[in-house]
Design a protein around this ligand. Sequence first.
Ligand code: GDP
Ligand code: MG
Length: 295
Amino acid sequence: MRAGFVAVLGAPNVGKSTLVNRLVGAKVAIVSPKVQTTRSRLRGIRVVDEVQIVFVDTPGIFAAKRRFERAMVHAAWSGAHDADAILLLVDARRGLTGETGAIIERLKESGREALIALNKIDLVPRQRLLPLAAAVEETGLAAEIFMVSALDGNGVDHLLAVLKDRMPPGPWLYPEDQLADISERLLAAEITREQLFLQLRQELPYAVAVETEGWTAARGGAVRVEQVIYVQRETHKGIVLGKGGQQIRAIGTAARAGLAEALGRPVDLKLFVKVRQRWPEDPERYRDIGLEYDV
Ligand SMILES: Nc1nc2c(ncn2[C@@H]2O[C@H](COP(=O)(O)OP(=O)(O)O)[C@@H](O)[C@H]2O)c(=O)[nH]1
Ligand SMILES: [Mg+2]
């Protein structure tokens, strides 16, 4: 038996969560077209033959300034710290950006080697991939280079096979049928947050936090879930609610469907919107999602 951790690192929006979902074969991480959708570390688990691979999805790494951003980036690096393998993801369409270059430098300084995957190859003509692969090779960090599309699955099986071979001997870390290591409450909050990222415009999703406050059994095997959406301003509350409550209903409908599917039972979802101006300075909001406050 073998088992180990693979940390999936990269700049924001390169497709880390999409790839983790693809590697696990189930949706364990939320995905959106916006940067910083992922706020903390999340483990997705896949068994291949007698090897258990635990994928650690991480927040994007960038030059963080605000406290909450710093906490996210810190969580990403600590995900790499005790991993058996590091998989660095590069957006093939954007190439070796400054953000990715900075990650490569830091990994090299720490003396770690990494597998590097060029992702989103479905968006890039073949002849542009080869020079990019050469440039990646030149960094001297890559133990091996892969070309994948997390979206359509191209190249992912080969990547999985190589990762499997790199896992150390040892007992499995989770039960055979477990797909993710996340509490149901946090999963539920993440599913609602994904809708906020998908349905709200521009910067608003970054100003929002979701917390599951109530979880009670209801009739017919259903579960009643109560969540609070924290916003920072009264005007934001108005936008989240929408005209006549239209927006919050749309968010609730989509989130309830997603949650019912994830839990495999009917869900009665109640959403409340509260203004808490300083939630990004509230240690409790960090603890809830597994972030460190003071980094
Ligand atoms: N075309 C294409 N889009 C992708 C691929 N992988 C991810 N995306 C998209 O890139 C965006 C960011 O993905 P996400 O997984 O949230 O990135 P993360 O921030 O690195 O976790 C989403 O809109 C994804 O649908 C891919 O292989 N091809
Ligand atoms: Mg992500």
